[in-house]
Design a protein. Structure first.
Lengths: 226, 107
């Protein structure tokens, strides 16, 4: 018996990235654009989807709903007559805190890919792990609500840097909070220079039209040849 | 919890390259921007996980300037432009130490 050093030099998430690319190829073949939708728990992902999904300018949308447990969010969205597929990351208490490419792969057969143009994957509420795991998306969108603190981009840079759009939600609450939106946007721009952002309120509907237009715009994108 | 998720990814990579051999040491290169806590990551392993922390460095091309950051601020203090990441996003298995069993059977 002797010991040998084996040189590897491989991205540890290589296996996940490979499966994510396979998912992406399947989505591309079905001409479905995919949004990975992320936030901390309670930031308002489901509410912001409820606001825009019923009327998306003719875009046919489906939702893959990731949750540790339960189907509360999926039930809310299903009542909008949008195809929703539930993906639970754990049985009983304590499941995975994020979706990974393999979990999304396992849900592919139950997704109506031929009947939709856009798939929104609502990730598990968490600002850390979901940022690490590609699932086969075209783009990433996150929600940051004004009840969370202006310093969040500095604390979770990986998440904030990986998203193309940041929705700043719950702005109807601003008169009641000591929250400085300017400071949040400043920190956001420092962490991810030039990132797109939309101020919204899922409650009053402010900013929702801009959010809807952005989402519709994803479907209209033409991919540059690789 | 983050480290536990990442441990699974490391194990998958290690198992693939170990090809059935017993692994004694795993050497990792972890960038500062990956928000990994080294002690927590090491905690999840039954073997030794050696970690080299790669500092986060960014570069501003127009200013021809490169510097190390300890806060995740990616605006160039010189021109205000967006700086590019040079290093700090690594999360790699660099090498593994394995035990080879001598082959005694004639081929």
């Amino acid at each position: 018996m002797h010991r040998t050093k084996v040189r590897v030099v491989e991205e540890a998430l290589d296996a996940n990235n490979t499966i994510a690319q396979t998912n992406r190829d399947d989505f591309d073949r079905a001409s479905v654009k995919v949004v990975n939708f992320m936030s901390a728990p309670g930031a308002g992902k489901t509410s912001l989807l409820e606001r825009v999904l019923p009327e998306l300018h003719g875009v046919r949308v489906g939702v893959l709903e990731g949750d540790v447990q339960g189907s509360m969010d999926a039930d809310r969205l299903a009542s909008l007559h949008v195809p929703v597929t539930q993906l639970n990351t754990g049985s009983g208490f304590g499941g995975e805190c994020h979706l990974d490419a393999n979990m999304v792969r396992s849900a592919l057969p139950s997704l109506p890919l031929d009947d939709i143009d856009l798939l929104v994957i609502e990730n598990v509420g968490n600002l850390v792990c979901p940022a690490e795991f590609k699932v086969g998306e075209d783009t990433r969108v996150m929600v940051c609500s004004v009840t969370e603190g202006e310093d969040k981009p500095l604390k979770y840079p990986l998440m904030f840097r990986t998203c193309e759009l940041v929705l700043v939600n719950k702005i109807d609450l601003l008169p009641h909070l000591d929250f400085d939106v300017g400071k949040l946007l400043y920190n956001l721009d420092a962490v991810h220079p030039g990132v797109e952002r939309i101020l919204v309120s899922a409650r009053t509907g402010e900013g929702v039209d801009a959010w809807r237009d952005w989402l519709v715009g994803v479907v209209e994108r033409v991919e540059a040849p690789a | 919890v983050h480290e536990l998720s990442l441990s699974g990814a490391i194990v998958n990579t290690v198992v693939k390259h170990a090809a059935g051999r017993r692994v004694t040491v795993v050497s990792l290169r972890v960038g500062a921007l990956r928000q990994v806590v080294p002690d927590t990551l090491a905690f999840y392993f039954g073997f030794v996980a050696e970690q080299v922390l790669i500092p986060a460095r960014v570069r501003c091309d127009p200013c021809e300037r490169e510097w190390e950051i300890d806060m995740p601020i990616f605006r160039c203090p010189g021109c205000g432009g967006a700086a590019e990441v040079v290093s700090g996003e690594e999360f790699e298995v660099e090498s593994i130490d394995v035990e080879e069993v001598e082959c005694i059977a004639p081929r």
